[in-house]
Design a protein around this ligand. Structure first.
Ligand code: NAD
Length: 259
């Protein structure tokens, strides 16, 4: 997919690998200016060496002090902001609710939803100064369905949708669009880890659980990180300019998350 995003100033959280990396790479290749942050110094360094022009910050987005530093660094690198991609999110624990660790619940909420607030509150003044812009919050199909054994993840991803719809209403007057993207399971090490944890919790083989995941959606498919990057491009294209307040599922039509 090709969209003219020349000169667009884009900040992607957790952009050193996975979906964030695909978004950062796609936007850089199509002429945007991109700054990413990540927890992992090593993957950030690898991304910076492979993608000339990329700005990087070591940041735990669950920490508001580190997010403040991120925005100072991103603003210095980009000279303003047109697009914020709140991509950071962790899978959190898998298990029956009564067995879940309180610290693991809190960490899932902190990374998956608190961080989006910390970033949005710093991004909005920059987007207003730019005369408009776009915020995209990564939710999940777990933000659209109940998800047995994944209560913290599902709760945090439903919170993302509420946050998105509210900001879209608050910011429309300023020409700022706010959307959520809800991917289905994306092929890669993260989903392998999720499937492994589920297989262990249910006492079955990895391959059996993996097949169950494929049966959750009508197209019996996993998603590619590039599918999400292309959805981002669509939102930045003329075809996406009237789209705001939406939870856009890219998921082969999930029918249920009961695995
Ligand atoms: P991932 O697990 O591959 O991690 C990507 C990056 O996030 C890593 O480089 C990691 O270091 C970084 N990271 C983790 N915690 C961080 C923190 N606190 N601060 C900064 N960086 C941090 O992630 P992914 O699979 O690419 O997922 C990206 C987003 O998409 C998440 O919000 C996730 O919940 C959502 N999502 C993913 C899938 C999937 O199947 N992968 C499906 C639906 C939704």
């Amino acid at each position: 997919m090709s969209v003219n995003v020349t000169g667009l100033r884009v900040l992607v959280t957790a952009g050193a690998s996975g979906i964030g990396r695909a978004i950062a790479t796609t936007f850089l290749k199509q002429g945007a200016r991109v700054h990413i942050c990540d927890l992992s110094t090593e993957t950030l360094a690898a991304a910076a060496s492979e993608l000339p022009g990329l700005g990087t910050s070591v940041t735990d987005v669950a920490d508001p002090v580190q997010v403040d530093r991120l925005f100072d660094e991103a603003n210095a690198h980009l000279g303003g902001l047109d697009v914020l991609v709140n991509n950071a999110g962790i899978a959190g624990p898998t298990g029956p609710v009564e067995t879940l660790d309180i610290a693991a619940w809190d960490r899932t909420m902190a990374v998956n939803i608190n961080s989006q607030f910390y970033c949005a509150r710093r991004a909005v003044p920059l987007l207003k100064a730019a005369g408009g812009g776009l915020i995209v919050n990564l939710s999940s199909v777990a933000g659209l369905f109940g998800y047995p054994l994944r209560a913290p993840y599902a709760a945090s991803k439903w919170a993302v949708i509420g946050f998105t719809k509210t900001l879209a209403m608050e910011l429309g007057d300023f020409g700022i669009r706010v959307n959520a993207i809800c991917p289905g399971p994306v092929e890669g090490p993260r989903i392998d880890g999720v499937i492994r944890a589920r297989a262990e919790a249910q006492g079955e083989a990895f391959a059996v659980t993996r097949e169950r995941y494929l049966r959750q959606n009508s197209l019996h498919t996993f998603i590619q990180a590039q599918d999400i990057a292309d959805q981002m491009l669509y939102l930045c294209s003329p075809a996406g300019r009237k789209v705001s307040g939406q939870a856009l599922a890219v998921d082969g039509n999930t029918e249920s998350l009961r695995v």
